[in-house]
Write a protein that binds this ligand. Structure first.
Ligand SMILES: C[S@@+](CC[C@H](N)C(=O)[O-])C[C@H]1O[C@@H](n2cnc3c(N)ncnc32)[C@H](O)[C@@H]1O
Length: 195
């Protein structure tokens, strides 16, 4: 991990400990089959998977970290790491049973293109599992987040504070099955391709 990854983990630690950890625990309960995780970052999600329910695990990230590559994955599972962007996935159509992303689409350059790629490589009947920070609902906070966004974006490696990611998931052709908003500006949920 480089310095910016260490700073990221330290910055996230209180939020992770008191808010996100509990949500991740619930979110990861039923994830099974051939898994694709987009933007695994420093590997926060790795401890939450039930590898007994998983046939294969593939990570796509703009930069897959050594910490992920060195994780103690079960030896009998097929594990793959790919340095790539979600907007250009190198898989056949209908490859994965479950696709996971957490705190990723805030910083994807072309989120709709990325979500369309996610849809393309998801098997029919497969599901996406997501947790993202998004634009808050309250008008005063909305205004504040819009004002802060351009400075935050430069400071935080292209991250945006004001994305409406649930709307983008719907726009890409998914039907959201569960969606919970929490801590003002976070969502967690599950979606399937709309028939
Ligand atoms: C804020 S970190 C989140 C890490 C982890 N998923 C978590 O929940 O803590 C965002 C991750 O998404 C990756 N990422 C951002 N844009 C991406 C893109 N277009 N394609 C693939 N990965 C991307 C970044 O490299 C980084 O690893």
């Amino acid at each position: 991990m480089n310095l910016s990854d260490i700073i990221y983990d330290s910055f996230m630690l209180p939020l992770e400990t008191f808010v996100l950890k509990k949500k991740r625990k619930t979110m990861f309960k039923n994830i099974e089959g051939n898994i694709l995780e987009i933007g695994a970052g420093t590997g926060t999600n790795l401890g939450f998977y039930d590898f007994d329910m998983i046939s294969s695990y593939t990570v796509v990230d703009r930069r897959v970290l050594e910490k992920i590559r060195k994780f103690d994955f079960p030896k009998d599972k097929k594990i793959k790491f790919i340095n790539s962007s979600v907007e250009f996935l190198c898989f056949e159509d209908d490859t994965f049973d479950s696709i996971v992303f957490t705190l990723v689409f805030c910083s994807v350059d072309d989120p709709l293109k990325g979500l369309n790629e996610v849809k393309r490589v998801l098997k029919p009947g497969g599901r996406i599992y997501f947790m993202e920070h998004v634009m808050p609902e309250h008008s005063i906070l909305k205004n504040l987040f819009n004002r802060l966004n351009s400075s935050w974006n430069k400071l935080a490696n292209g991250c945006n504070l004001n994305r409406e990611t649930a709307d983008m998931i719907r726009d890409a052709g998914f039907e959201i099955e569960t969606l919970e908003r929490f801590f003002g500006a976070f969502i967690v949920g599950r979606a399937i391709v709309k028939q």
